[in-house]
Design a protein around this ligand. Structure first.
Ligand SMILES: CC(=O)N[C@H]1[C@@H](OP(=O)(O)OP(=O)(O)OC[C@H]2O[C@@H](n3ccc(=O)[nH]c3=O)[C@H](O)[C@@H]2O)O[C@H](CO)[C@@H](O)[C@@H]1O[C@H](C)C(=O)N[C@@H](C)C(=O)N[C@H](CCC(=O)O)C(=O)O
Ligand SMILES: Nc1ncnc2c1ncn2[C@@H]1O[C@H](COP(=O)(O)OP(=O)(O)OP(=O)(O)O)[C@@H](O)[C@H]1O
Ligand SMILES: N[C@H](CCC[C@H](N)C(=O)O)C(=O)O
Ligand SMILES: [Mg+2]
Length: 501
């Protein structure tokens, strides 16, 4: 980690007995420990990280950060080695603070966004607005670090060491503005508690990740932590009040003394979406900032993208510096977020093929309904659900597709360790009670599903390929096979319209 050393005190940590050591780096996984490191032995969902203390000491760890249970496990493993042991009530929170202090720099102006759907879209639009206004900006999340500096990320909200390394790299590259995604896992595990936020946004709250959170209340509480804990009191909350849980989130923010920018369709909103008109390539939007009306064109498909744009505009305004009128003036420059209602191909007969990342019941319904006003003919949907993820959402995704498309093709989407046929059956089961049940088909091979979906398109029809968005692989077992929905859409159109050799 760059040859630097820091004492525990410099990282805000106090070891038992007041022991002080200098450390040369931090690791959350024992396998990544190097000589002189602090090993954060965290309680996990499968195993307590403290089980690996002996291993970490063998690799040269000189300090251990853990909780009381971990300290008891540590006592059994500390023999010849004598590390400094920091016992924290919440070691994940302590690690977040320590990682922030270890890496030091982060972009001066940072905002975060949470919500079941729309985080990548809002953070990407926020970055695009900042860049249009002349700032050096990035977004960080599902699609990596993007914008004026780029780097890959494996998670939507990385654990604190990876996150603060990325933020420090951004700052070193001259990035002054960053918009990040706050996933519910990330919030629950306090991964972003060391980030200095000016503003935070909330998009919506519907079903996902119940495999991890177990209940809707626990899932909501994790998201609410962005306003109730991470965003400081002098920060500004930007809340989508159209969502049924928006008012609850606004109340949590106000209770903390935060300013609230309200976004929504109803009168009285700070950013009010007054009217939208859709056409084949985008939409016309009447958007008012505190009563001042602006008419603008967005080259974006889907009414919900205007909501995401309004939240992004709210975050840029909330983060300060830019004049709100200037923010609204650059909105027509926004571009489609890769894999979010992205026009991937057009058939010779004019029918369009869109790729979208809808992987929750609400997203499937929202994306299909949003496409409808842009389309004159029938809507064809390709849908599948991921393996090793919330099982309860599968039939609901099938139903959402069946209720909102005219023809549905059910296929595979990252079955991972599960039996793909069982996942497809659960999606089909949800479809069974819908109007599209009779015409629905199951096609295991995703490339073939796309070919058949494209083949079904008549003039004026559109196909929405749900679930993979920007992804470039199909995960079967532990193998990632190259797969790209947008590419497959182009291949299918070329094959059917006779452009293939
Ligand atoms: C379910 C989940 O969030 N797991 C996170 C959690 O791990 P865990 O509690 O499952 O860990 P565990 O396997 O029980 O092990 C406990 C501890 O022992 C450590 N360990 C384990 C083995 C070993 O040999 N040595 C060792 O030190 C582990 O690093 C861990 O700290 O704590 C770890 C350390 O902070 C995280 O790396 C890990 O994220 C894993 C990689 C993950 O895949 N998370 C996904 C589900 C995730 O976070 N996704 C969200 C949401 C995306 C979305 O919005 O859809 C994201 O932000 O990406
Ligand atoms: N405001 C919204 N309301 C409802 N659905 C939305 C909204 N924004 C996006 N979606 C749907 O959710 C999908 C994923 O969007 P996006 O990637 O922005 O969400 P995310 O919250 O970052 O997802 P993830 O949890 O995977 O990080 C989109 O492709 C679209 O189908
Ligand atoms: N961040 C989400 C992405 C899901 C995308 C979909 N293609 C799937 O694999 O289910 C998750 O890991 O649950
Ligand atoms: Mg995302």
């Amino acid at each position: 980690m760059g040859g630097q050393t820091k004492t525990l005190a410099q990282l805000g940590l106090t070891a038992s007995g007041g022991r002080e050591v200098s450390i040369t780096g931090l690791a959350v996984d024992s396998r990544e420990v190097k000589a002189g490191f602090l090993f954060a032995a965290l309680p996990g969902s499968r195993v307590h990280g403290a089980e690996f203390i002996r291993y970490a000491l063998g690799l040269g760890a000189v300090a251990v950060l853990t909780d009381a249970a971990g300290a008891a496990l540590a006592a059994e493993q500390i023999d010849a080695h004598d590390p400094a042991v920091v016992v924290a009530e919440d070691p994940r929170e302590a690690l977040a603070g320590a990682a922030a202090l270890w890496f030091g720099a982060q972009p001066a102006t940072m905002v975060a966004v949470t919500g079941t759907n729309g985080k990548t879209s809002v953070s990407t639009f926020t970055r695009q607005i900042w860049i249009a206004l002349g700032a050096q900006a990035v977004n960080l999340g599902t699609t990596g670090v993007e914008g004026a500096y780029t780097a890959p990320l494996a998670h939507t909200t990385p654990e604190p060491i990876t996150l603060h390394r990325a933020l420090a790299d951004c700052a070193a590259a001259g990035i002054t503005h960053a918009a990040m995604e706050a996933s519910s896992h990330g919030l629950d595990q306090k991964r972003l508690d060391g980030v200095h936020l000016r503003a935070a946004g909330f998009t919506n709250f519907t079903q996902d990740h119940l495999d991890y959170h177990k209940t809707f209340d626990a899932y909501f509480a994790a998201k609410a932590g962005l306003f109730g804990r991470v965003l400081p009191q002098d920060g500004t909350a930007v809340i989508n009040m159209d969502d049924p849980r928006g008012p609850d989130m606004a109340q949590i923010a106000e209770h903390r003394g935060q300013q609230v920018i309200r976004v929504g369709h109803n009168p009285g909103m700070d950013l009010q979406l007054q009217a939208q008109r859709f056409d084949a390539t985008g939409q016309q939007l009447r958007l008012a900032w505190q009563g001042e009306v602006h008419l603008l064109r967005l080259p974006l498909i889907g009414g919900f993208q205007a909501e995401n744009v309004a939240i992004a505009a709210g975050l840029v305004i909330a983060a300060g510096a830019a004049d709100p009128e200037a923010v609204l003036r650059v909105l027509p420059q926004l571009e489609t977020v890769p894999g979010r209602m992205q026009l991937a191909a057009t058939r010779d007969n004019g029918a369009a093929v869109f790729v979208d990342y809808a992987h929750t019941p609400d997203a499937v319904a929202t994306a299909l309904r949003a496409l409808r006003p842009h389309v004159m003919g029938r809507l064809v949907a390709i849908v599948g659900a991921g393996g090793d993820r919330d099982r309860a959402k599968r039939p609901l995704m099938g139903r959402a597709a069946g209720e909102n498309a005219d023809l549905v093709i059910v296929t595979d989407d990252n079955p991972r360790s599960e039996d793909p046929a069982t996942i497809r059956a659960a999606v089909m089961e949800g479809l069974a009670t819908t109007a599209s049940a009779a015409s629905a088909i199951e096609v295991a091979d995703r490339a073939e599903a796309i070919l058949r979906g494209v083949d079904a398109l008549q003039p004026g029809d559109a196909l929405l390929i749900c679930g993979k968005g920007h992804e470039t692989g199909q995960i079967v077992g532990d193998t990632v096979y190259p797969f790209n929905d947008a590419e497959q859409a182009s291949v299918a159109v070329a094959a059917l319209d006779g452009l293939m050799p």
